[in-house]
Write a protein that binds this ligand. Structure first.
Ligand code: HEC
Length: 317
């Protein structure tokens, strides 16, 4: 196998290993970042809703009560204020969802579905639990959700959620006396549920993994091409020239001692490679010259003067 091919294979293997490792690490980091980003958005939305709830309880409800205690305005209801505000946010961010759902809601639209009932039951059985989160949905509709329990935290809530008799009559007229009552102090009656799509963040994560892998591949391929070209130019070519020269020198007519008229054929036959290979080239030429001289000297000696080893097989049998 040619030296460039061997190097190309080694580089390709290193490249594959490097890119696979970098891709995997980048994927892990990016998807973790995507998850954190989505979670942060969900938390933010939940905090906004909670703030609207407390603003309504602290600022709006007392004002309306002070103006006219006998009337009922939906805008003094914390749940109504929070859901209406986030609904308006939906004009700009339609993919973000926020709901407050209960087992026994005042507004039947807020009735929990099976999955939400499961979440609410978890909060009811484990009163220390403050939050549940995870992903729901499939494919392009995958969403990250965060759910927190709504507990009846003050006597003010019970004015409208304990018995129909205690509730404002205007509220009864609108919502009816059959649902949204019988809530107990401290009880987890509903959940705040926010859902944020994960697809956009996941796509962004994949894009940046692709950019990392793509740019790494470009750098690797470019470096490998330059390296192989340089290898060819400065190593393989001189080596081939040297091999050709050595071969030509070995089959060329033997050069005699200086001044015998036969000339230095080895030097004449060999093309001179550059760089460090020149030393090797010169050494081969010198070796060839020395061997030629030694052989010429041996040829000039009379046959009897040799050690006689050449006729070893003529000895006694
Ligand atoms: C003035 C009456 C009133 C007060 C006070 C009040 N609520 Fe409500 N609550 C309502 C009404 C009416 C609705 C239905 C709103 C709608 O149309 O979305 C509601 C809705 C809710 C919901 C959503 C589920 C459902 O029943 O539709 C939750 C949860 C809730 N209230 C909890 C509370 C808590 C906790 C408090 C105390 C901080 C409280 N409410 C105080 C009247 C009241």
């Amino acid at each position: 196998m040619r030296i460039e091919t061997r190097f190309a294979w080694i580089i390709a293997l290193c490249f594959l290993f490097g890119v696979a490792t970098a891709g995997y690490i980048s994927y892990r980091l990016e998807s973790q970042q995507a998850r954190e980003e989505v979670k942060q958005r969900a938390d933010m939305l939940l905090e906004v809703a909670t703030s609207v709830r407390s603003y309504t309880v602290d600022e709006v409800a007392p004002l309306l009560q002070a103006m006219d205690a006998s009337t009922f305005h939906a805008s003094q209801v914390p749940s109504f204020a929070a859901q209406s505000t986030i609904k308006r946010l939906g004009a700009r961010y339609p993919e973000y969802r926020y709901r407050e759902t209960a087992l026994n809601p005042s507004n039947l639209h807020d009735r929990a579905n099976d999955w939400e009932v499961g979440l609410l039951r978890t909060f009811r059985t484990d009163s220390a639990r403050k939050e549940l989160s995870g992903t729901v949905g499939e494919g392009g509709d995958r969403r990250f959700y965060v759910a927190r329990p709504i507990r009846v935290g003050s006597g003010a809530c019970l004015r409208c959620h304990s018995t129909p008799e205690a509730a404002p009559s205007a509220m009864l007229a609108k919502y009816g006396p059959n649902n949204g009552f019988g809530w107990k102090m401290g009880e987890a009656v509903a959940i705040q549920l926010v859902e944020v799509p994960t697809v956009a963040a996941e796509q962004r994560a994949w894009r940046s993994v692709l950019v990392t892998v793509g740019s790494l591949s470009c750098v690797f391929v470019l470096s490998a091409a330059v390296f192989l070209l340089l290898l060819r130019r400065h190593v393989t070519h001189p080596l081939e020239a040297l091999t050709r020269a050595a071969h030509a020198t070995s089959v060329a007519p033997r050069s005699g001692p200086p001044g015998d008229g036969r000339g230095d054929d080895a030097e004449a036959l060999s093309p001179a490679p550059g760089g460090q290979f020149r030393d090797l080239h010169d050494a081969i030429v010198r070796l060839k010259t020395s061997v030629d001289r030694a052989l010429t000297l041996m040829e000039r000696q009379p046959p009897g003067a040799s050690s006689g080893g050449a006729n070893g097989h003529d000895g006694p049998r």
